[in-house]
Design a protein around this ligand. Structure first.
Ligand code: 5AD
Ligand code: SF4
Length: 353
């Protein structure tokens, strides 16, 4: 069951400010979610392994030009967080970090993936005795690197397109070959060719971004055929060049983000969609509302506290302690898929044909 929505309809819904339109969109998308991916919310423990990045994106707090304390977790620290994730019943981990393409880094990630995969055998309880799912979010790499990490045991990769509009992309990134929309698209294609479940997404409410751009983003994600999506509001960082530029108010960026989640669920009923941290940053119940609007994945932050305060992509980003303040895990309305990978149904059905 796929719901066809024209570009014009997408624009109209995104522009409409009435509560009734929002409510009926969310009701519709929640029932499409139930019918296609069920009610479970799958968990991925997010480990932000390093804030060392060769890029200098104009919106990001850890851009290479910023003077901040740089860190790289040790292999043992990452493995410890993997063990913790297993014990918590999170079926998967996401290793996220700034972009590095040197061989020392590539080798280390390969070793860590192999160790994480072997972890379940060393954890005694039979419930935990299944391998962790491994998602990577480590930026643009060569096809060979993606292939090596895939063969080591990673099976999902997140690489946001940030915006599908190349002109807007060039306004929010430095103008040099390291920050190229075309290269990013190529990297997404490499990921699919290597066999990953591919996740992408965009930032919502960027300076210079129009509602038409956002409608085009949804169409892009659908036409490209992503398996998973992580998207959320843009949140300014005072140490970034885009800071101070005009953007919609927080509550408007939040509502548009909720609508983007709901519309994507209608357009792509069987993909995995994350309730992102950025949603929660703008609203104390941001993740719960995203889940009601069609999201079915959540990524609790497992970055050790010594590092979490240095991984500030944007301001007020919650660390793992704050992350659990409203104790979403005790919310009786949300059913978590503990100990499960919760792979993208779209990917599974595509690959069983
Ligand atoms: N606001 C919101 N999201 C941001 N990201 C980076 N900087 C910001 C910001 N200021 C997102 C980008 C990137 C992901 C890791 O974090 O979309 O792909
Ligand atoms: Fe690096 Fe990602 Fe930040 Fe860009 S958004 S500077 S690639 S960490």
């Amino acid at each position: 069951m796929e719901i066809g929505l024209s570009r014009k309809e997408l624009v109209n819904i995104l522009k409409d400010e009435s509560e009734d339109v929002l409510k009926s969109l969310i009701d519709q998308s929640y029932s499409v979610k139930l019918a296609n991916v069920g009610e479970s919310v799958y968990l991925r423990g997010l480990v932000e392994i390093s804030n060392i990045c060769r890029k200098n994106c104009l919106y990001c707090g850890i851009r290479s030009e910023n003077r901040i304390q740089r860190y790289l977790l040790t292999e043992d620290e990452i493995i410890q967080q993997g063990e913790y994730a297993l014990k918590q019943g999170y079926g998967s981990v996401v290793l996220q970090g700034g972009e590095r393409c040197d061989s020392e880094f590539i080798d280390m990630i390969e070793r860590v993936i192999i160790r994480l995969k072997g972890l379940s055998e060393s954890v005694q309880d039979s419930v935990y005795n299944r391998p962790l799912g491994i998602t990577l979010s480590l930026g643009e790499q060569s096809k060979e690197t993606y292939q090596r990490w895939f063969e080591a045991g990673a099976h999902r990769y997140l690489l946001r397109i940030e915006t599908s509009n190349p002109t807007l992309y060039s306004k929010i990134h430095p103008n040099n070959p390291l920050h190229s929309h075309t290269t990013r698209l190529k990297a997404l294609n490499f990921l699919r060719e290597c066999g990953y479940q591919v996740g992408s997404g965009v930032m919502i409410g960027l300076p210079y971004q129009t509602i038409e751009d956002l409608a085009d983003d949804l169409i892009f994600l659908k036409d490209w055929g992503i398996d998973m999506c992580g998207m959320g509001p843009y949140i300014p960082h005072h140490k970034s060049p885009l800071y101070g530029l005009t953007i919609p108010e927080d509550n408007i960026r939040f509502t548009i983000s909720l609508k983007m989640v709901a519309l994507l669920r209608l357009l792509m009923p069987d993909i995995n969609i994350a309730a992102t941290t950025a949603m929660q940053t703008l609203h104390p119940y941001g993740r719960e509302l995203a889940i009601k609007a069609g999201a079915n994945v959540m990524m609790p932050n497992l970055t050790p506290s010594r590092a979490a305060k240095e991984y500030l992509l944007y301001e007020k980003k919650p660390t793992h302690i704050e992350d659990n303040k409203n104790d979403i895990f005790k919310n009786p309305d949300i059913k978590f898929g503990y100990h499960l990978w919760g792979d993208s149904p779209r990917f599974l059905s595509k690959n069983s044909k």
